[in-house]
Design a binder for this molecule. Structure first.
Ligand code: SF4
Ligand code: SF4
Length: 424
């Protein structure tokens, strides 16, 4: 069989004699010695090299069109008719004032029962028998409007039972309002399976960044206790550590602390992510953050792996993604507290319809849901890891490319050196 090189091979100089080769489609990662690198560059391979490199997808059959495969899987993901995702904002109000909040200045609105009825109708009309209903409670702080979550869940539980729809329920919360009773409700009534809680630093740094209106009742210690309650109840808790170059040292302290304090607690997922303020008006704000992944981030990854709080595989995010993010999906909606619909929470200003009228701005909806990429993405070597990036970035300051792109070579070197050390 005749072979050609995959479009998705990255070569990264590693040591004097070795070059890392990574295929962003198959995820294969390895090292080429000088000799094999020469063969690779000259396209002159031995039988053994062809055998090994073709198994890894680094060499592929001449008639294989990888890009078509990637494009068709992205299209399939976008057009998935079976899963329906609704990010619901019970309120735009929040009890914290993070400096990086992209909703700064937003009008505070609590969802009314009338709007909640319309939300339920909209969801009911979108759901077919045996669909998967994916709910994500967002805000503001969603737990400032427990009553409306109760109200909506009571109705959706009945609708989904009748339509034999599975509910996958998650929440994004700062965690400061979580009590034992609330965890019981989350578990038994709302059937929340996972929650994301952000920790921006250790103790006083966290408190300073969150800047709660009531720091006596809402603070770092309270949130740590909440995480323990969630873990004990079996709700999967993703602890997102927002990295802004200024809080590096505090995140080191945080990881050191969590590693001991939460050791033995199950169903916890830790990850670090650069944080951005995403709207133009914050560019002038001295607190705004447009953090770019850097070597500090890599040190934090290293610490998480060292303490077994994550795995190198999970943290490096080098896996193929079938499509970009849920906001591209035909059936994915962010529902604001007044019933307006947007495609992504980060682009909440861009209203494309409402729960009473449905989608009214079809052109914008089509822009979000097209699987066709712009030229720079179509020909991008990282396409299998990214699938076209963040659509919100066309409307605000969100970065377009995947967050770890600026340090992808360093991540790959870190990954390989870690494997090298394990083999010693
Ligand atoms: S968004 Fe950036 S990294 Fe992603 S495919 Fe497009 S150009 Fe590549
Ligand atoms: S911010 Fe960007 S990547 Fe995130 S959900 Fe919105 S469109 Fe997708």
């Amino acid at each position: 069989m005749n072979y050609k090189k995959s479009l998705y091979n990255l070569l990264i100089p590693y040591t004097n004699n070795e070059t890392i080769i990574f295929n962003s489609f198959t995820g294969a990662i390895g090292k080429l010695d000088k000799n094999t690198l020469k063969h690779y560059n000259e396209n002159q391979f031995s039988e053994t090299e062809i055998e090994i490199l073709s198994k890894k997808g680094i060499l592929i059959p001449v008639d294989l069109d990888e890009k078509s495969k990637i494009n068709s899987e992205r299209k399939k993901g976008i057009e998935n008719n079976h899963a329906k995702l609704f990010r619901i904002w019970p309120t735009s109000g929040c009890n914290a004032r993070c400096y990086y909040c992209f909703e700064k200045g937003i009008k505070i609105t609590n969802m009314s029962k009338k709007t909640a009825d319309d939300v339920v109708n909209f969801i009911d009309n979108t759901l077919n028998e045996e669909d998967v209903l994916r709910l994500e409670w967002f805000g503001g702080e969603p737990l400032l409007n427990v009553e409306i979550i109760d109200y909506i869940m009571d109705k959706l539980n009945i609708i989904c039972a009748n339509k034999r729809c599975e509910i996958q329920n998650s929440m994004i919360s700062n965690g400061s309002l979580i009590t034992e009773d609330l965890v019981l409700k989350m578990k038994n009534k709302w059937n929340i399976q996972s929650i994301q809680i952000t920790l921006d630093g250790y103790d006083s740094t966290y408190n300073q960044i969150k800047n709660y209106y009531n720091p006596v009742t809402c603070n770092f210690k309270k949130v740590i206790e909440a995480i323990k309650l969630l873990s004990k109840s079996g709700i999967k808790t993703a602890i997102r550590m927002n990295y802004d170059t200024k809080n590096y040292q505090s995140l080191v302290e945080l990881i050191e602390f969590l590693h001991i304090e939460l050791s033995g607690y199950k169903k916890l997922i830790y990850y670090v992510f650069p944080v951005w303020s995403s709207t133009d008006e914050y560019a002038e704000n001295s607190y705004s953050s447009t953090t770019i992944a850097d070597m500090n981030l890599l040190s934090l990854f290293d610490l998480l792996v060292k303490y077994r709080m994550s795995t190198i595989k999970a943290i490096a995010r080098l896996n193929y993604k079938a499509h970009a993010c849920q906001a591209w999906n035909l059936h994915s909606y962010a529902i604001l507290p007044n019933g307006d619909i947007a495609k992504c929470c980060e682009s909440y200003n861009q209203v494309i319809g409402s729960v009473t009228q449905g989608i009214t701005d079809i052109d914008t909806y089509n822009f979000w849901t097209t699987s066709i990429l712009e030229e720079k993405c179509d020909s991008c070597i990282y396409l299998p890891l990214c699938q076209g990036g963040c659509k919100s970035s066309y409307f605000n300051r969100m970065p377009h490319c995947f967050a770890f792109k600026p340090i992808i070579n360093e991540i790959l070197k870190w990954y390989v050196s870690y494997l090298d050390n394990q083999c010693k």
